[in-house]
Design a protein around this ligand. Structure first.
Ligand code: AMP
Length: 484
């Protein structure tokens, strides 16, 4: 099937051809004619399936009748609103709108928090047909009356499950109340929890359900592997693995902002070009880091789930879970960054005894027993092999990432409400204290390193396991071995 058979206008077909797409992906085959026909859509699709073009192309098709070259703002009312949970995702959707809409005189803009509002206000004043926004900043503009949503014909809610996780649902409901009732609405989500279904009931009218991949199915082009390893040796193993793949780029996932920054510093000190991306960094810094990674200048990007959402890098070969995610579905989201658009990908997870419980949940969800390979010199805790070892089920979810997200998350997100204090040790078994501020240090020379510290850049595999074993009681005292 070709794009032309889906009924798209010539301007869009030309842009699609320029992008090098020869045939529509399964989600595009289903979504494009449905949206062109004016129907609401509940789309079950992960990133990597081509879902962005799946809603962007027919959306542009539908509002193309408003395309005009007039300079009058009155001729450029906001006709389409696309909501995305993060700045990065919003920017990527914006780029797609620009790519596919390049032959249509329609205006688009991207508005998100963390930056000055004035430039966005100037832009909105010109008149903009397509607004891509994060919910919080959009409401700021509503409050300041710098945006008029009364003429919106199409609403898209992208990655609704992530919006829910980040506590954005109250903001979404406020935005829905500001839109005309007679509109077309599209909701996309990788997963459909009861809460998402409830939101869909409120937002969609007689929606067409479009699901391209079975829920939580992972791409077949991804090779999964688990490296069982003690918690204290994880960072050494990570450096070791990266040194053995010197030409590849990797996206490394961690659970918290604290570990994120410190791990990137550790890798840098170990001679591996790395940087961290998380919500405490300024927008410009995040954009620069992302650009450096996309252009290949940066080899390793260490990220939290929220910051990495929407990172779209074709041919990213490695996703490494330095820590397993709190929910099995996040594993699917994380590894969705690799193996995209038919490319081969690798999903590597470093798993300590404490995390076995999460691993079992992931395997159940993806219906796959992930092969386990111990890297010589990086053994797991003995508890890893004990049947019935329980990991902590009370790990605190990653802290919300932006001011607004933090505010929002203090509200109704259920996982966050029930969370208890983290049981994760702040001091790794090798003496590395994650709770201390980072102090840059020259690589220690032989004889100067403290006895309990694993020096940066240490020849990891050369530390025989018997030398590390006495460190285990430290982890045990800190609850790191997952025993009661
Ligand atoms: P998405 O799922 O929207 O994040 O898209 C994943 C990737 O697939 C993006 O890099 C798109 O540029 C690419 N893509 C989207 N549609 C097609 C298509 N029909 N053929 C080839 N690549 C595509």
């Amino acid at each position: 099937m070709s794009f032309a058979e889906l009924g798209l206008i010539p301007e869009l077909l030309k842009a699609v051809a320029d992008a090098g797409y020869t045939e529509p992906t399964p989600i595009q085959r289903q979504a494009i004619p449905t949206v062109i026909a004016g129907k609401d859509v509940m789309g079950g699709a992960q990133t990597g399936t081509g879902k962005t073009a799946g809603f962007t192309l027919p959306l542009l098709h539908r509002i193309s009748r408003h395309a005009n070259t007039s300079t009058s703002p009155a001729r450029h009312q906001t006709r389409a609103l696309i909501l995305a949970p993060t700045r990065e995702l919003a920017m990527q959707v914006y780029e797609s709108v620009c790519t596919y809409g390049k032959y249509l005189p329609l205006r688009a803009t991207c508005i998100y928090g963390g930056v000055d509002m004035n430039a966005q206000i100037q832009e909105l004043r010109r008149g903009i047909e397509i607004v891509i926004a994060t919910p919080g900043r959009l409401l700021d503009h509503v409050q300041q009356k710098t945006i008029n949503l009364s003429q919106v014909e199409v609403l898209v809610l992208d990655e609704a499950d992530r919006m829910l996780d980040m506590g954005f649902i109250p903001d979404i409901k406020r935005i829905l109340a500001l839109l005309p009732a007679a509109r077309q609405s599209l909701l996309f989500s990788a997963t459909f929890s009861d809460e998402i279904k409830k939101l869909a009931d409120q937002m969609l009218k007689d929606p067409q359900l479009i699901e391209v991949a079975r829920r939580n199915m992972v791409s077949e082009t991804i090779t999964h592997v688990v490296h069982p390893v003690s918690s204290g040796m994880k960072r050494n193993l990570l450096a070791h693995l990266l040194r053995h793949q010197p030409d590849t780029q990797a996206l490394v996932f961690v659970d918290t902002k604290l570990v994120c920054g410190r791990l990137a510093h550790y890798l840098e000190r170990s001679g591996i070009s790395a940087d961290a991306i998380h919500g405490d960094k300024g927008q410009q810094q995040r954009t620069e880091t992302l650009e450096a990674f996309k252009s290949g200048k940066l080899r390793v990007l260490v990220a939290t789930d929220v910051a990495a959402r929407g990172i779209d890098i074709d041919e990213l070969p490695y996703v490494i879970n330095f820590e397993l995610p709190h929910t099995a579905e996040d594993y699917v989201h994380r590894i969705g960054r690799t193996g995209r658009a038919g490319h081969k990908g690798n999903a590597v997870s470093l798993v300590c005894a404490e995390e076995k419980h999460w691993l079992a949940e992931i395997q159940k969800l993806i219906k796959l027993e992930i092969p386990q390979e111990i890297v010589p010199g990086f053994d797991p805790e003995p508890e890893f092999f004990e049947a019935g070892t329980r990991s902590s089920r009370h790990r605190k979810p990653a802290a919300p990432e932006t001011g607004r997200e933090r505010e929002a998350a203090a509200g109704p997100a259920p996982r966050q409400r029930t969370a208890k204090r983290p049981s994760k040790p702040m001091i790794a078994a090798d003496g590395f204290d994650f709770s201390k501020p980072y102090e840059p240090a020259a690589a220690p020379t032989a004889g100067t390193a403290p006895a309990d510290a694993q020096p940066a850049g240490h020849a990891d595999a050369s530390v025989p396991p018997h030398l590390r074993r006495p460190q285990r009681p430290i982890a045990f005292l800190l609850g790191g071995l997952g025993r009661k």
